[in-house]
Design a protein around this ligand. Structure first.
Ligand code: UDX
Length: 426
């Protein structure tokens, strides 16, 4: 099938490359010329494991361009995967979606299926339909919603081996096309109406964020009551109705999906007439997780003025260079505002981090970070940090204090090694 994908961000690019891997011919569009230039040279503009190989492998089925017209002319199906960033109010900014839709409709000369792939508030599909109806001058089209659930760091595997595919649509023709694309994956396909598909995405992300905030709240109670969150989470997670995934307490969730999607879902619910206060609390607990982490550092180091804090991990989670809404940003800015000096290391996110955290010093490896620091704070659970030479780290630190914001170490073992160890909820 000839397929167009508009927007070569995380979701769009992975969608394009994976659909090419499935045997389709793809035209991928982005208005960022720099990005398209890189992609034409088969250089991935983002760090994602396996992406470079897949780009090269499928180069004959992948075209990259800045022209929406080119993609619309040659494709029956067009996926819209442009950004839907948050506005000041928390509402999703859908202006990029609208611009793309109006550009698409201008160059349509026969039937097209327009698929929303970006995460959008419920009823966006209906809005797209009315924008198109006003301008399509009789050219037939269908709208579908096909939310993407891939995670950064395992995006390709998630796309090609998803738990489920969700498709919201209104006609048999659209259903036939999308089933033809996705049936080869051999996974459950939920076919529903546009609104339900849109809500499945927002409701899933908000549920997962709620699960993280729930366990982070429990971790506070564990600290206050002298319990251990790791054992508590394990004891809860073995109940299959709860499940053991997403029960890791830490410094909170970040990334470009959860923070913005929770907020956008709360906003759209409010607009529809329901105050989703539970989600407000989820956001509050997430902020509190970062604040408590800094408070722990302050409690232990006393005055932060002039103290050197070593940070391990900057990306919002391991295996990505993505710094968007990374908890490290708020944590570090808070430390700096208290007069601390910060040195940091991340295996791949330092280049991106320099843009958002220009006032800290970046070092080559974890040992250089520990060297002379008053404490070490782990913010992202990269595997590299789990295998550190801890004796060496202890000898390099000015005082052997470790704040483990992701609970990668065991308290008993760290204390045996001579560290003063503060985890989350332990
Ligand atoms: C998420 C969803 O998982 C995905 O389905 C959706 O399409 C996009 O948003 P992603 O943002 O890539 O994916 O990251 P994810 O692995 O889900 O982690 C999100 C955040 O939650 C990270 O900051 C992570 O550190 C945090 N997290 C996750 C926890 O703090 N504890 C956990 O137990 C799990």
């Amino acid at each position: 099938m000839n397929i167009g994908v508009i927007g070569c961000g995380y979701v769009g690019l992975i969608t394009g490359v994976c659909l090419a891997e499935m045997g389709h011919s793809l035209i991928c569009v982005d208005n960022n010329e720099e990005k398209i230039k890189k992609l034409k040279n088969l250089i991935p503009p983002i760090y994602e494991s396996g992406l470079s190989e897949l780009l090269k492998k499928n180069k004959d089925r992948l075209k990259f361009t800045t022209s929406i017209e080119e993609a619309v002319k040659d494709s029956t199906v067009i996926f819209i995967a442009v950004g839907t960033p948050p506005k000041e109010s928390g509402d999703a900014d859908l202006s990029a979606v609208e611009n793309v839709v109006t550009s698409i409709v201008k160059c349509m000369d026969s039937y097209r299926l327009i698929v929303e792939k970006s995460t959008v508030p419920v009823q966006t599909g209906t809005k797209i339909k009315s924008v198109m109806e006003m301008r399509a001058s009789g050219v037939p089209f269908d709208i579908a919603s096909n939310p993407e659930f891939l995670r950064e760091g395992s995006a390709i595997d998630d796309f090609l081996h998803p738990d489920r595919i969700v498709i919201g649509l209104e006609t048999e023709r659209a259903k036939e096309i999308l089933l033809k694309i996705y049936e080869p994956l051999g996974v459950p396909i939920i076919v529903t109406d546009l609104q339900s598909a849109e809500i499945i995405k927002h409701a899933s992300n908000s549920f997962l964020a709620t699960k993280i905030s729930y366990i982070n709240a429990i971790s506070v109670i564990c600290e206050l009551a002298g319990a251990n969150i790791k054992d508590v989470a394990r004891g809860m997670g073995l109940d299959p109705r709860i499940g053991d995934k997403f029960l890791n307490a830490g410094v909170g969730f970040g990334g470009f999906c959860f923070p913005k999607d929770v907020r956008a879902f709360r906003r759209i619910s409010e607009k529809l007439g329901y105050r989703f206060n539970l989600l407000k609390e989820v956001e509050k607990i997430n902020e509190l997780a970062k604040e408590r982490f800094v408070e722990k550092i302050e409690d232990m180091l006393w005055n932060l003025q002039g103290k050197l804090v070593g940070i391990l991990g900057l990306a919002f989670k391991p295996n990505t260079d993505d710094m968007r809404y990374a908890p490290s940003i708020d944590i570090i800015n808070h430390l700096l505002s208290e007069g601390a000096k910060v040195v940091a290391y991340d295996p791949v996110a330092m280049e991106n981090a320099r843009r958002v955290l220009p006032d800290i010093e970046y070092r080559e490896n974890p040992y250089d970070v520990a060297d002379g620091a008053d404490c070490l704070a782990i913010v992202t659970e990269w595997d590299e940090f789990k295998n550190l030479d801890l004796e060496k780290i202890r000898s390099l630190l000015k005082t052997p204090i470790i704040f483990d914001g992701r609970n990668i170490f065991k308290k008993e073992k760290m204390e045996e090694l001579g560290f003063i160890y503060k985890g989350i909820g332990v």
